[in-house]
Design a protein around this ligand. Structure first.
Ligand code: TRP
Length: 448
């Protein structure tokens, strides 16, 4: 069904697009998931492999997504249908949309934790320990369901507001605040005792930790963090003005995301050791670092609480920061299935956002009561689903649509000769081969 660009919406400015895409990328993946994965996977080696994945696989796939989106001006499903007469390729888009639904379903629950933790900090400051404990408890199903519903309602409102009046406006307001808050927090933690041990763990690689499992995790993290592999950036690319420089915009978004993940690591890994220094447990009985959610939702608050009045300020700011970061990401996750309904059915944007939000919320509520679903949804739709989607997107671009056609589209707005020399090799060979090898080996190890 043809929907005109004015009905679909468009970014107002290049900066607006970059901030919206960076807002999509920067989220719980950077501040919650990345530091936890670093801590669990051997510190600096993981950081190095992650960086390699972002630039060798992530960047070329990001350009592929944006280009497909701007060329077709469609949601992922519509985009693949528009570029080939064979309807089978629509399945790549449908898989992406399904991944969006599956990821948002658990993401929303964790986002709810960040928001409720903020209330916990406020009640603690007010001296009400009972309410503080209630809001900090991630195991309370009803509380989880309520907060995930609140988060979904806010997300639906922004997405229903439209591309530039909703998504772009929120990103423009929240992204700068987020960066400033992060820097202030680091300034405080890094000077405390114990921070040095954490910094060494974070920055000095120990290559004996390297394994296929680690590379699989790092690759999954790169896709998740850059919001790639499910067509979120096909969708965001479909709102780009025609003469914008895609390779350059993708560089900004990649650096913003990688930069913020790296800085978040600088905050969280040293914080853990500062916490240990003041007597907070960070290793379990077996000597391994305690689980990821505990790290951010228990260890950090415990650390803040040793800091007196300043700690209150940090506790509240930290969870507010996480809430903002999560919101610009839930927006992008909901935008993909919403755009699908807007383009492919007669529903308008407001109804589409509400319908999708309601469907996803049902899965979030189930997850709220049984948190083991977070791991399951994450494994299927992000760790496996996103690299698989990225592989299919690059293969489609190369063998069905053709790299030369993509380059013609990119040529509108870009004149970088370096890009033209490097990108085709990355998207044709490097990215698909690396993804196929890592994904194939891992699946083989799991099922064989
Ligand atoms: N990138 C976000 C984060 O790091 C999560 C996210 C938002 C995402 N939109 C996405 C992941 C689309 C994959 C695809 O928290």
């Amino acid at each position: 069904m043809a929907v005109s660009p004015s009905e679909r919406g468009m970014w107002n400015s290049k900066l607006g697009f970059v901030l919206a895409a960076a807002g999509s990328a920067v989220g719980l993946g950077n501040i919650w998931r990345f530091p936890s994965e670093v801590a669990e996977n051997g510190g600096a080696v993981f950081v190095l492999i992650y960086l390699a994945c972002c630039f060798l696989i992530g960047y070329p796939v990001m350009v592929a997504e944006l280009t497909i989106g701007r060329k077709t001006r469609r949601n992922p499903y519509g985009a693949f249908r528009a570029l080939s007469s064979n309807p089978i390729y629509g399945l790549i888009g449908l898989w992406g949309i399904l991944c969006g639904v599956g990821i948002l379903a658990f993401y929303n629950v964790v986002a709810g934790w960040t928001f409720s933790s903020m209330f916990s900090e406020i009640f603690l400051a007010a001296g009400n320990t009972e309410l503080a404990e209630y809001f900090a408890n991630t195991g309370d199903g009803t509380k989880n369901a309520i907060f995930s519903a609140v988060f979904m309602v806010v997300t639906v409102f922004v997405v229903a507001g439209g591309v530039s009046a909703g998504i772009e406006k929120v990103a423009k307001t929240l992204m700068p605040v987020l960066v400033v808050m992060l820097l202030v927090l680091i300034g405080v933690v890094i000077t405390r005792e114990g921070a040095g041990t954490g910094l060494a763990e974070y920055l000095k690689p120990d290559f004996s930790e390297l394994s296929v499992g680690l590379i699989f995790q790092a690759m999954g993290q790169a896709f998740f963090s850059l919001s790639l592999g499910m067509g979120a950036l096909i969708t965001y690319g479909s709102y780009l003005q025609s003469r914008q420089d895609i390779p350059e915009a993708a560089v900004y978004v990649t650096f913003a995301d990688v930069g913020i993940a790296f800085i978040a690591g600088l905050l969280i890994i040293p914080s853990m050791y500062v916490a240990q220094n003041v007597g907070i447990e960070i290793f379990d009985e077996g000597g391994a670092l305690i689980a990821s959610d505990t790290l951010v939702f228990n260890v950090l608050p415990a650390l803040f609480h040793t800091m007196g009045g300043l700690g209150v300020f940090f506790g509240v700011s930290f969870f507010l920061l996480l809430t903002f970061a999560a919101l610009t990401s839930t927006i992008s996750l909901l935008e993909v299935p919403t755009a699908f309904l807007v383009d492919e059915t007669k529903l308008n944007r407001k109804t589409s956002a509400a319908v999708m939000g309601a469907i996803i919320l049902v899965i979030s509520i189930v997850t709220s009561y049984d948190l083991s679903w977070i791991g399951r949804l994450n494994l299927i739709f992000s760790d496996i689903g996103l690299p698989l989607g990225g592989l299919l997107i690059s293969l489609f671009l190369v063998y069905v649509w053709r790299t030369s056609n993509a380059l013609k589209e990119i040529d509108n707005g870009s004149d970088s000769s370096l890009f033209i020399q490097v990108w085709p090799a990355l998207v044709q060979y490097v990215a698909p081969l690396l993804i196929a090898i890592v994904l194939g080996t891992t699946l083989y190890n799991v099922f064989a």
